[in-house]
Design a binder for this molecule. Structure first.
Ligand SMILES: Cc1cc2nc3c(=O)[nH]c(=O)nc-3n(C[C@H](O)[C@H](O)[C@H](O)COP(=O)(O)OP(=O)(O)OC[C@H]3O[C@@H](n4cnc5c(N)ncnc54)[C@H](O)[C@@H]3O)c2cc1C
Length: 358
């Protein structure tokens, strides 16, 4: 008989894991206390990348996930991944030199481009820099649509989704998970996956596992749909932006969003002014609104992915850069959950046990 796996959380991480579990033959139940598609997920900039700022072992996971996104998009036609490339000039000096040296040694497909080429890639920039790094293999998804496409594909393979259903705590007995406790009942399962983003620490605490999680806020502005002005992702100092297929410009002072400060509306208006000055015809743009999301970031900045020590049948997947990582994490988690002793080598540096206090 196939294993029954409960996935708590229907954001990009839970939906990707649910899809892969269903594809690999599990009986899957997804539970979410909110609307399908997640919380951090819907507020994300959603840049799929293995860009600067991470150690080699994390680069390898991200790069593999970029490849897995390509495969997923072929399997699930509703997933619209846009491989539009990224243009980046937000680091300088030694940091830039390190980025160029390390990432080219690691095989990242990047090129240094001059102003002429920048303008041919992004003719809509009002004031292009003298030089930038272009990475053609980077991409983006509309995050909520992507999570929902994966949920729908999982359901097509027999997975069940129940919302709004809040899991109160994990049912653990004699070192093994038995299922989950709800406000008004209990569901048995062979395995439970905690893909609950900001809600993960509380759930894991009920299994005596303490996950130190930070939730830095990030504000992004969204314009009303406008004629095409950007071809790909642009990472400039103090402004990261992209344009959706529908024409909306999405921007933050960083892809992780701007600190909203004490007056998020004013922060959004000031950010929007920067966007207006950044592209040709910016004076015609209109601010549609802003979002503030909270990035589920384990205390050391790295993802937490794997079986929870001392509790058989309990798996956790909690992280920032979850959009980038979701494709690989979904696949690897399903393989590890259903594959007995299978351990994915690319996940070895991300295991939950690094937070265990002996
Ligand atoms: C402003 C911003 C910009 C970002 N930019 C990028 C980027 O460019 N690239 C990138 O890769 N990543 C980016 N991220 C990070 C990325 O969005 C997150 O890592 C990712 O969305 C996390 O997905 P998730 O499924 O783990 O969490 P979520 O989307 O938060 O989903 C968790 C779900 O669990 C449910 N839940 C929680 N507790 C319970 C419970 N007790 N019972 C039932 N359900 C529960 C919640 O309702 C929620 O739906 C960004 C994030 C933000 C906020």
């Amino acid at each position: 008989m196939s294993k029954h796996v409960i996935v708590i959380g229907s954001g990009i991480i839970g939906s990707s894991i649910a899809y892969q579990l269903a594809k690999h033959g599990a009986r899957v139940t997804v539970l979410d206390e909110g609307e399908p598609g997640g919380i951090a997920t819907r507020a994300s900039f959603a840049w799929i990348n293995a860009s600067w700022g991470n150690p080699d072992f994390y680069f390898r996971l991200r790069r593999r996930s970029m490849a897995e996104w390509r495969g997923l998009a072929e399997e699930v036609p509703e997933l619209k991944v846009l491989w539009c490339g990224g243009l980046c000039w937000d680091i300088t000096g030694d940091a830039r030199e390190d980025f160029l040296r390390d990432h080219s040694q690691w095989g990242y497909g990047m090129r240094v481009v001059d102003r002429r080429e920048i303008l041919s890639l992004e003719p809509g920039l009002a004031d292009p820099p003298a030089e930038a790094v272009h990475v053609a293999e980077e991409g983006v998804v509309e995050p909520l649509d992507a999570a929902r496409a994966l949920l729908s594909a999982a359901r097509g393979l027999g997975a069940e989704l129940f919302t709004p259903v809040r899991v109160k705590w994990l049912d653990v007995e004699a070192g093994r998970v038995r299922g989950v406790l709800l406000e008004d009942g209990h569901i048995h399962a062979d395995e439970v996956v905690v893909a609950a983003g900001a809600g993960a620490p509380e759930l894991l605490a009920s299994a005596d596992f303490i996950l130190p999680l930070d939730l830095p806020p990030g504000l992004l502005v969204h314009t009303e749909p406008a004629p095409p002005v950007l071809q790909g992702l642009v990472m400039a100092p103090e402004l990261h932006l992209r344009q959706t297929r529908e024409g909306t410009l999405v921007a933050g002072s960083d892809f992780g969003g701007t600190d909203p400060g004490i007056d998020p509306k004013r922060t959004a208006e000031s950010l929007f002014k920067n966007v207006q000055g950044f592209v040709k015809g910016g004076e015609n743009l209109k601010l549609a609104g802003y979002t503030v999301g909270f990035r589920p970031t384990p205390r050391d900045g790295l993802p937490v992915i794997g079986k929870i020590p001392a509790v058989d049948g309990l798996y956790a997947a909690v992280m920032h850069s979850g959009i980038t990582n979701a494709a690989a994490v979904g696949l690897f988690a399903a393989q590890e959950i259903l594959g007995g002793d299978a351990r994915e080598v690319l996940l070895e540096r991300f295991r939950p046990e690094r937070f265990c206090i002996n």
